[in-house]
Design a protein around this ligand. Structure first.
Ligand SMILES: [Zn+2]
Length: 267
């Protein structure tokens, strides 16, 4: 397992945006990842949204890192139009991943929110999409992974077992475990390993979590600010060739301390 940069640190975001030339922004991002000590970078829509960078124009020096792509954000999958949009999103991500030697593309399960009676419909649409894209991704040697967001009031899966049952019917489908979200939803470290451990895990989203507080203050915390026993999780996955991307809301000091707290369990 190797650690990958996802969040960059609020103070670093400002530093990157002091540059106007995209190449200079990428150079600064490279420098930040290097100083933290990351082997990989998980690229996401943030690079466009926060820095105005073109993901179809990533410079060669960024490609020296192990790269993965994460499609963030919430989307519904309740109509044929939603299916078209989702197909576009997954096709564009494949194009980006293929152009820059990215190893994996991950995405969230569809959002459901007030449409909880339509779980089946949304799941059927998701099956169609996964069946269409998995072989195409496989042909390019890139894994396509679904993230383990299962808060049942928001996403289509009722719980982690429901997610695991769905994912197990696609042996080539990767699974990105969001440790923070799953812990917040009441799953302990050993539950996460037991329920998901036999699936094709491609990566972990790593941040700490506090149960019993508001979602915003209970997830994506710097390591040590919550109750997750990372040693248990990381020791289980440390010998696998997967990434652990730090999805941490905070400044550069929070990211650096989280990095050191996690790295000691995988070396
Ligand atoms: Zn995540």
């Amino acid at each position: 397992m190797y650690l990958a940069m996802d969040d960059i640190g609020s103070d670093k975001v400002e530093k990157i945006n002091k540059y106007s030339n995209p190449k200079d922004k990428w150079r600064k991002i490279d420098e930040i990842a290097l100083v933290y000590g990351f082997w990989g970078i998980q690229i996401s829509g943030m690079y466009k949204k926060k820095f105005g960078l073109d993901l179809y124009n990533i410079p060669y020096f960024i490609c020296d890192y192990r790269l993965t792509y994460h499609i963030g954000g919430l989307y519904y999958l309740l109509s044929e139009d939603d299916v078209i949009n989702c197909n576009d999103m997954i096709e564009q991500s494949l194009n980006i991943a293929e152009s820059y030697g990215m190893e994996d593309v991950s995405f969230h399960p569809p959002f459901i929110y007030e449409n909880i009676d339509k779980r089946h419909l949304s799941k059927d649409y998701l099956k169609k999409i996964i069946t269409k894209w998995l072989p195409k991704y496989k042909n390019h040697g890139i894994s396509l992974s679904l993230e383990t967001h299962v808060s049942p009031e928001y996403f289509i899966f009722k719980n982690l077992d429901d997610f695991a049952e769905f994912a197990s019917s696609y042996p080539d489908l990767g699974v990105l475990i969001d440790v923070s979200h799953n812990f917040y939803d009441g799953y302990k470290e050993n539950n996460i390993i037991e329920i998901l451990g036999n699936l094709k895990i491609t990566g972990l989203h790593l941040s700490d979590s506090l149960v019993g507080v508001e979602f915003e203050t209970g997830t994506h915390l710097p390591v040590g600010k919550g109750n997750i026993k990372f040693q248990k999780i990381l020791q289980h996955f440390k010998d696998k060739d997967i990434y652990g991307a730090l999805e941490i809301r905070g400044n550069s000091r929070d990211i650096l301390s989280s990095y050191f707290n996690l790295n000691k369990y995988i070396i």
